[in-house]
Design a protein around this ligand. Sequence first.
Ligand SMILES: *Cc1c(COP(=O)(O)O)cnc(C)c1O
Length: 400
Amino acid sequence: MHAPAEPNPRPLPHVMNTYGRLPIALAYGRGCWLWDTQGRKYLDGLGGIAVNTLGHDHPKLVPALQDQIAKLIHCSNYYEVPLQEQLAAKLCEISGLEAAFFCNSGLEANEAALKIARKFGHDKGIARPEVIVYEQAFHGRSIATLSATGNPKVQAGFGPLVEGFVRVPLNDLAAIEHEARTNPNVVAVFLEVIQGEGGINQSRNDYLQGLRAICDRQDWLLMLDEVQCGIGRTGQWFAHQWAGIKPDVMPLAKGLGSGVPIGALVVGARAKDVFGPGNHGTTFGGNPLAMRAGVETLRIMEEDGLVAHAAQVGQLLRSELEAGLAGLPVEFRGAGLMIGIALPRPCGVLLGRAAEAGLMISVTADRVVRLLPPLILSADEARRIAAILCPLVRSFLAES
Ligand SMILES: *Cc1c(COP(=O)(O)O)cnc(C)c1O
């Protein structure tokens, strides 16, 4: 841990203005705690948006990354990268799928999924393949993934959008059956098991099971975006495992590298031979540093039982929040350490108020308070989150 006494670097006149940022510059962290450049301390209820799986300055991760940096950071995919095989094998073991492709972010994993879907269609003679996507979905900010996203705010100003998407509401199998009957161009269904940016909206288990059956019957790919809800966050390695099904294609990213940029596409038998040499690639994807971060993250999670821990401490956090907000018109959503609290009106102001009170949170879909803390969160820290957050929500809702 270092405590550099830097001046606060804001405002950032040379950084493009693409984020609504809080006037806080974080300097270092340890475990679930962060310190800013002014020496103020925060409890991390956000985990860098579901990224910092192992929190900050993890005693097992940091030495492993230091070791890897000294050995090899990058070498290009002209050569075999044994750590890719190691991470791919582990991802296959915990998912029951068969192969992986590595990239650098969530949207890149989703781009790869969409390319697989299109080529899967072309390979079976469908010249204009279409992918079923969802209202309130979020899949990224590239032109294709923002076209798949179901949020007009993300799309505004960036048309023309990529074609080849059909949009349906979540948890409505009749809408899927309608496409099956009327649209011969459909090749895949693409959804987040729990919509993250859209407000922590869960797909029901029976809905996922129904989708699996329809995709099998129609020879469609079931593509589950687990970029946010995957990697142990909900108390299973992958959120779809609660429904006892397997996807054909699964994009991953956020939590996989504990903060080192990484993306992965994990695929089953029906998708694994769709790409051949020359069909897809990325310069940085699968570099040894990112691969080591993935390997060590999964190893430490397993060693320390963090998947089961996420379920248990998530349960505790949720019941503390429910108790602290009892009687208020709020709705709880999510699973494990992916928790949404939907309020009756827009509550973006809570972001700054929570930070002032020493807690990092997020507010998404205008009125949903979202918690995505590191999976190492302790029971005491869970109680502390609720103790800080509940009074803030209570007084916010008492304002007219
Ligand atoms: C964050 C997110 C993405 C985009 O990931 P980036 O790394 O920001 O490109 C895609 N899908 C879901 C579900 C996400 O939560």
